[in-house]
Design a protein around this ligand. Structure first.
Ligand code: KG4
Ligand code: ZN
Length: 344
């Protein structure tokens, strides 16, 4: 199948998202978020997310089909996030996708959310470079990966040993009363601040760390340092704290990503996941990769946070590569490892 028409469903967290692609062309990308319902709790409440997915699923599928100007029966395959994520939320997507696949008598691809984040880039950059190093930074995960083939071979080089990068943004935003999710708020605030105002720690970057765990991340020390600074400096300038905190995260992410490129001899880097929407990360990545002769790809900011297009994209890449679809009866896996690209 050269240009498979694939509908992808994503429900791993608080977005009910349905995307439709034809091969590597994006046709529809519908996102219904329940984020406002979680905001007053300062984080996603799984039960609320699951109920919101149930309500939003059918209208989202209908809208995506309409936006794509196709008939549901035209679809060649269904793709769905099987994990990682909140299990109750995942199950709504998995049940809906399985029902759709059975009803249409079409194959289903139960795919990995993290691999899908990376694969969305294949919709927006015509050139596919593999192998590539991938920096995956989201609300739940931060890892450095080697991607030999997005449909069959992803190797983990390192990951966070405590908080994910997005989680650090969300937690610091909470202590600064910036609301939830914190990433976009800190990003906006930091634009008015001085990134060099406060020298916050860069986790796991001592010479010993570079020897023993060069590609792992740690953000909990940074989080504590920011909290202490806020407590001990009542007259703090919020924008300076936001900019300096953001700088510490961006710096360490890029130091390690570029080191992975250099060490592996792979001069290609993809940055994906919600935190890849961060404007400072995008600008710094551009600058540092250019200097180092590394080809950089980052999806447009709107496709970095959770969406259905990324799931459809991975499903279409799998179908086009002739990969075996998943059995219709499969379990959602809340901790699906990134190396398991799809369930077979
Ligand atoms: O990939 P994603 O949408 O969901 C997960 O799979 O986790 O990532 C959400 C995370 C949140 O922690 C959010 O604060 C962060 O991405 N994020 C950002 C920005 N936009 C979203 N972090 C920093 N800067 C941003 N502009
Ligand atoms: Zn995500």
């Amino acid at each position: 199948m050269n240009e498979p028409l694939v509908l992808g469903i994503e429900t791993s967290c608080d977005e009910t998202a349905v995307g439709i692609v034809r091969g590597r062309t994006l046709l529809a990308n519908v996102i219904a978020s329940s984020v406002d319902e979680h905001a007053r709790f300062g984080g996603v409440v799984p039960e609320i997310a699951s109920r919101a997915h149930l309500e939003a699923m059918q209208p989202s599928i209908k809208k995506a089909v309409k936006d794509a100007r196709i008939k549901l029966s035209d679809i060649d395959a269904v793709a769905v996030t099987a994990g990682p994520g909140l299990v109750g939320a995942l199950l709504v997507g998995v049940g809906s996708a399985a029902g759709l696949a059975i009803g249409l008598d079409k194959p289903i691809y139960a795919v990995n959310h993290l691999a899908a984040h990376i694969s969305v880039d294949y919709l927006t950059h015509s050139e596919v470079i593999e192998p590539t190093i991938a920096l995956l930074v989201s609300g739940g995960h931060s890892s450095l990966l080697k991607v030999d083939d997005i449909t069959s071979s992803i190797t983990k080089l390192g990951q966070t040993i405590d908080d994910a990068a997005g989680e650090a943004f969300d937690k610091i935003a909470r202590v600064m009363n910036l609301g939830f999710p914190g990433g976009p708020a800190i990003d906006a605030d930091a634009k008015n601040g001085n990134a060099r105002a406060i020298d916050f720690p860069r986790g796991l970057t001592t010479s010993n760390d570079w020897l023993t765990r060069p590609y792992d991340f740690s953000f909990s020390g940074l989080k504590t340092a920011v909290a202490r600074y806020l407590e001990s400096t009542p007259e703090f300038i919020r924008a300076d704290v936001a900019a300096s905190f953001q700088e510490a995260i961006v710096d360490v992410l890029l130091l390690k990503a570029l080191a992975a490129c250099k060490e592996s001899g792979i001069n290609s880097l993809v940055i994906a996941g919600g935190v890849a929407a961060n404007s400072r990360l995008r600008a710094q990545a551009q600058e540092r990769c250019e200097k180092a002769g590394i080809r950089l790809r980052i999806p447009p900011a709107g496709l970095c946070t959770d969406n259905g297009a990324m799931v459809a994209s991975l499903g279409a890449l799998m179908a086009a590569a002739g990969r075996a679809p998943s059995p219709v009866a499969f379990d959602a896996d809340s901790s699906l490892p990134v190396a398991t690209i799809s369930l077979t």
